[in-house]
Design a protein around this ligand. Structure first.
Ligand code: G4P
Length: 540
């Protein structure tokens, strides 16, 4: 475990106010890994950039499941990084940047208080960013924007701001302004301190570099002296006049309600603007927010009672131990080592002798953690996604919804004597949310139907059943196109609501689901049975 020392003793409210729990959302290749790494570098959590990528590779070589991650070049298992920057303890949750894992991403975003959106300055807002943004919007998560790769030819900054406004419907508030781009990139003007941070191309970007700053006037005078500076000077003056003329001021309540997004510019690869961004971000981003449980109970972070929910269960995180851990978001109070909590789903008391904070694949035992922190606890099949843990006053958080799957398949074992491991493995994978499982209501055998948001999830299930449970399986795609959960009637009469090419099934929680082969059949079904109320997400 590297340098992630905790802050000095403070009272609970003070500790919580110095927590920042966020995720980075971006389209693949915009620079999420690079920015994460540079944030760790400036916080002192790692000494040399390149470690996170190296770890990714190291991890990928130790299990078949991770091999999929390696060969497809995507991140399947989202990780949690905890580190200290200035007076703040930061929990950074990684969101897989691939379509196939939008369910996992959605759940991760239930555990954060804000999000950093990275935009590639040459590309503007891309598809995946838009999707992730929508999830943040639904969840009411405030967004901070970092426009990256200014060292490469970029779109004009005003065009990028227009895009944010038009495509995402938020008012961008540039707290900084880039001067040039690509080979003519000179630096970034900080509109708050009125200083220009000068961009210097360094040969190595692995270590931190102090940035040279000068006043705007001194910079303008310098630019006027440069042979080819006149165009840049003209553009910069015009841009700044325009920005000042617009008079858009950042208002914290508007940032928190997603009406505004503060915008920063930089180049993560060359370390430029990262430290400044992080310093502003920790000051402006919200501390842990209140949650509301399913009975409408308000759960305030600085309460004396501990509460948390599980947003991710991951088996075999460390292949040497073959265990499973649950990641919890602490919503209120403080966890102390060895404490007992109530598992709301079973009403059982559970002692938590070990709790870990994680740093990529590494873990360290923690003695205490407070609201806002993301920590991991040994699960070993006890916990499912969405479960609540509490001490003191009973709390039960909303279950995390499942999303309408788009691809379906049947699964069978090649060796029928392995049914025990097969059932255990499938249950574990369903608990982790790696896959959804439905059972036909009329089937004579309980043959599961797998349902996923993307094909890759099937590959992961197959590989993990084989490597972790020693069960070889065949997964065959079926021609269902969508599944919808039944909201009403509570106890549907399937005989009555039958239609050719419609299948009635139940999910692992016993909720009724209707599987449709295409949207025309769904429309026909809804027309014929208007009293049946369907939903694209599982009931809460
Ligand atoms: P991701 O996690 O969002 O998918 O993106 P990642 O950080 O892996 O970055 C994608 C590519 O963009 C990498 O190049 C990375 O070096 C580059 N990159 C990130 N930030 C900047 C930046 O500020 N300026 C420039 N010029 N490039 C940037 P790659 O060639 O795919 O990988 P590598 O060979 O550099 O490792």
């Amino acid at each position: 475990m590297e340098n992630t020392s905790t802050a000095p003793a403070q009272d609970l409210a003070d500790k919580i106010s110095h927590r920042r729990t966020f995720a980075i959302i971006s389209h693949p290749d915009a620079g999420k890994t690079t920015l994460t790494e540079k944030m760790l570098l400036y916080s002192g959590a790692i000494a040399l950039a390149g470690n996170v990528r190296a770890r990714k590779t190291q991890r990928a070589t130790v299990s078949d499941w991770m091999d999929i991650e390696k060969t497809r070049g995507i991140s399947i298992a989202s990780s949690v990084l905890q580190f200290v920057f200035k007076d703040y303890v930061i929990n950074l949750l990684d969101t897989p940047g691939h379509d196939d894992f939008s369910e996992d991403t959605y759940r991760t975003l239930t555990a954060v208080d804000s999000a950093v959106m990275i935009i590639d300055a040459a590309k503007g807002i891309e598809e995946q960013t838009k999707k992730l943004f929508e999830v943040c919007r639904q969840r009411g998560i405030p967004i901070f924007t970092f426009i990256n790769k200014l060292d490469r030819p970029s779109k004009p900054p005003l065009a990028l701001l227009d895009e944010i406004e038009e495509v995402l419907g938020m008012q961008p508030v540039p707290l900084a302004w880039p001067i040039g781009d690509g080979v003519s990139f000179k630096g970034v003007y900080d509109r708050v301190t009125r200083q220009v941070a000068l961009f210097e191309r360094s040969v190595r970007n692995e270590t931190t570099a102090a940035m040279r700053t000068i006043s705007l006037d001194a910079f303008l005078a310098q630019l006027a002296q440069e042979q080819d500076g006149s165009q840049l000077l003209y553009t910069l003056k015009a841009d700044l006049e325009l920005l000042d003329g617009l008079g858009i001021a950042m208002q914290r309540d508007k940032v928190l309600s997603q009406q505004q997004t503060p915008v920063f510019f930089g180049s993560a690869l060359t370390n430029f603007g990262v430290e400044q961004f992080l310093a502003s971000f920790v000051e402006l981003a919200p501390p842990p927010q209140e949650y509301i449980d399913r009975h409408g109970e308000r759960v305030t972070p600085a309460s004396d009672d501990f509460s948390a929910f599980i947003f991710k269960v991951q088996a075999n995180l460390d292949p040497r131990h073959r265990d499973s851990v649950a990641f919890i978001r602490i919503c209120s109070g403080q966890f102390n080592r060895g404490m007992s909590v109530v598992h709301a789903a079973t009403s059982k008391d559970i002692r938590l002798p070990v709790v870990y904070k994680t740093f990529a694949q590494e873990r360290a035992v923690v003695n205490e953690a407070v609201a806002g922190d993301i920590v991991a606890i040994p699960s070993n099949g006890r916990f499912a996604i969405g479960d609540t843990l509490y001490s003191g006053k009973p709390i039960d958080f909303m279950p995390l919804p499942s999303f309408a799957p788009e691809i379906f398949g049947t699964i069978r074992m090649l060796d029928v004597t392995k049914s025990k491991q097969f059932d255990k493995g499938l249950k574990q994978l369903a608990d982790e949310g790696a896959i959804q499982i439905f059972f036909r209501v009329h089937a004579s055998r309980r043959e599961p139907i797998l349902a996923a948001v993307g094909m890759l999830q099937f590959d992961v299930v197959k590989a993990r059943l084989e490597s972790e449970y020693n069960v070889a399986v065949v997964i065959e795609p079926t021609d269902y196109e969508t599944a919808q959960w039944v909201v009403e009637p509570a106890e549907p009469d399937f005989e009555r609501y039958s239609l050719n090419k419609v299948t009635w099934a139940q999910d692992t929680n016993g909720n009724f689901v209707v599987l449709f082969r295409n949207k025309f059949i769904r429309e026909l079904f809804l027309e014929r049975y208007p009293e049946v109320n369907l939903s694209p997400t599982s009931p809460l």
